[in-house]
Design a binder for this molecule. Structure first.
Ligand code: ITT
Ligand code: NA
Length: 199
């Protein structure tokens, strides 16, 4: 069966293929780029879960196929949880990872390490064409570096050092990151739900 990955973020798609295959999902996974005619839904939700459901439902409705979606971001304690759902466009330029990361580092320049706690959050949603929906969440807690390190991953990976590690997410291998990440946790929890609803 075909299962649509309702995202156009290349970093997410790479991770989702690995996470879902490792979890034993045998569905034919197809990214949103296979459907260029389907417009991106407006992310009008106020939580990761709401936005993930919006994206999954839009794709399931438009294609008539089951879809999973990911809404995710970085929540910084000292910023009251920002950038949060605005992580992809924190600088004003949607998807400009470098600009977003650099703006955040500038905003936190005077904050010292004990006060740089943050976490990645991911909501993983499944929607069926009949309107059935499920959503689960995962988190990865850590501390923000002052200087980026590492070239793996995407987004804010070069500045988040997971708790218990002395490297950033961008210095982990893809397999190491997926084993502990917000996205890995959320989508591994979604797999039994996919199996239950799709077979
Ligand atoms: P889609 O809506 O098409 O899925 P998007 O990039 O707009 O793509 P989001 O609105 O969920 O997706 O934004 C997620 C942003 O949060 C992403 O651009 C990164 O900046 C950040 N982010 C999410 N997961 C991350 C991860 O694993 N590592 C680093 N940064 C991450
Ligand atoms: Na979003």
């Amino acid at each position: 069966t075909r299962l649509i990955l309702a995202t156009r973020n290349a970093g997410k798609i790479t991770e989702l293929h690995a996470i879902l295959a490792d979890a034993g999902l045998t569905h034919d996974l197809v990214g949103a780029d296979a459907y260029p005619e389907i417009p991106d839904v407006k992310e009008t939700g106020v939580t990761f879960a709401e936005n993930a459901l919006l994206k999954a439902h839009a794709m399931a409705q438009a294609t008539g196929l089951p879809a999973v979606a990911d809404d995710s971001g970085l929540a910084v304690d000292v910023l009251g949880g920002a950038p949060g759902i605005f992580s992809a466009r924190w600088s004003g330029r949607h998807g400009d990872d470098t600009a977003n990361l650099n703006l955040l580092l500038a905003q936190l320049a005077d904050i010292d390490t004990p006060h740089r706690a943050a976490h990645f959050a991911c909501a993983a949603a499944l929607a069926l064409p009949d309107g059935t929906e499920r959503v689960v969440e995962g988190r990865l807690r850590g501390t923000l570096r002052h200087t980026p390190a590492g070239t793996n991953g995407f987004g804010y990976d070069p500045i988040l050092q997971p708790d218990g590690y002395d490297v950033t997410c961008a210095e982990l291998t893809p397999a190491e990151k997926n084993a502990i990440s917000h996205r890995g946790q959320a989508f591994r929890a979604l797999v039994p739900v996919v199996r239950e609803l799709l077979g």
